[in-house]
Design a protein around this ligand. Structure first.
Ligand code: UDP
Length: 238
C-alpha cells in the first residue's frame, strides 16, 4: 500500500541541477513544480519533510575559485545560490497549498527565517516543510554535508538523496552498460570505492551518527512516495 510508510520525519536532498530541467543552467519552473508535487504526495502520507537543495545550477564555489576567485567568497556565492533555489521551491510548494519555511544558515531576515533548531522542530511538528538554505553557513562545505547535519539535528530517520538514477552503481550507469546497482552498501565501502554518492565528509557524518542514506531516482513520478512505502529500486547506504 503506497499510502503507508514507517517513516515519520525525513530529509530530502536534491542537487541544484535537479531544478534546471534540460536548460543546463538556472531554474526551470515546471521542474521545480514537479518536485514540489513529489513532496506533496509524501506530506499527504503524514511524513514530516525537511529539504536541502544544492546550488550547482547557479554557482559552485570550486568553479569560482578555479577561475581565480577567493575560495571563501566563491563559497558564499554558492550558499546564496541555494537560498534562491529554496525560495523557488517554497513558491512552488505554496502554490500547491503546502505550508513551508525557508530557514537559512546565514541570517537574512527580510528573505527567510534564520536557523534556530527548536523553531525548526516546531515547524515540522506543525507539518510545515522546512527548506534548509545556505548550506552549513560555512565555506569549504557542501550541501550534502548540510543535509546530513540538519538531518541529524532534526532527528530525521534517513536522508533521501534524489538523483538521476535509481541508486548507487559500481560505475557510472550513463557511461557503462554493465554497471551494477547495489541494494545495500556500507558507508565505508562508499568511501573506499570513491563512489560519488555524496562527498566524503557527508558520508562520514552520516556514518558516525548511524543515519541511513537512501539513494533513489527523482525522475520516476511518484517515486519518492513509493520509496517511503518500501517500493521501487533504491540503494541503502548504512
Ligand atoms: N556551499 C558552502 N558551504 C555549505 C554548502 C554549500 O560553501 O555548507 C557552497 C559551495 O561553494 C558549493 C555551493 O555552495 O559549491 C553549492 O552547493 P553544492 O555544490 O553542494 O550544490 P549541489 O551540487 O548539490 O547543487
Amino acid at each position: 500500500n503506497p499510502e503507508k510508510t514507517t517513516f515519520k520525519r525525513v530529509m530530502l536532498k536534491i542537487s541544484g541541477e535537479a531544478l534546471m530541467g534540460d536548460q543546463g543552467f538556472g531554474l526551470h519552473p515546471p521542474t521545480v513544480e514537479r518536485i514540489a508535487r513529489e513532496v506533496q504526495t509524501v506530506q499527504a502520507m503524514g511524513v514530516e519533510v525537511c529539504m536541502v537543495i544544492g546550488g550547482g545550477n547557479i554557482f559552485r564555489g570550486l568553479q569560482g575559485s578555479a577561475q581565480g576567485m577567493e575560495r571563501t567568497t566563491a563559497d558564499y556565492m554558492g550558499m546564496l545560490a541555494t537560498v534562491m533555489n529554496a525560495l523557488a521551491m517554497q513558491g512552488a510548494l505554496e502554490s500547491l497549498g503546502i505550508h513551508s519555511r525557508v530557514i537559512s544558515a546565514i541570517p537574512m531576515d527580510q528573505v527567510c527565517e534564520p536557523y534556530i533548531r527548536r523553531r525548526a522542530v516546531r515547524h515540522l511538528e506543525k507539518k510545515r516543510v522546512c527548506i534548509f538554505a545556505a548550506g552549513t553557513g560555512n565555506p569549504y562545505f557542501t550541501t550534502d554535508t548540510a543535509a546530513t547535519l540538519r538531518a541529524n539535528e532534526m532527528r530525521c530517520e534517513a536522508i533521501f538523496k534524489g538523483t538521476k538514477v535509481d541508486g548507487v552503481y559500481d560505475k557510472d550507469p550513463a557511461k557503462h552498460d554493465d554497471a551494477v546497482r547495489y541494494d545495500d552498501i556500507t558507508y565505508d565501502e562508499v568511501l573506499q570505492k570513491h563512489l560519488g554518492v555524496m562527498d566524503a565528509s557527508a558520508i562520514a557524518l552520516a556514518r558516525d551518527n548511524d543515519l541511513p542514506i537512501i539513494v533513489f531516482s527523482l525522475d520516476e513520478p511518484g517515486g519518492f512516495r513509493g520509496i517511503l512505502a518500501g517500493e521501487g529500486t533504491y540503494t541503502r547506504v548504512h
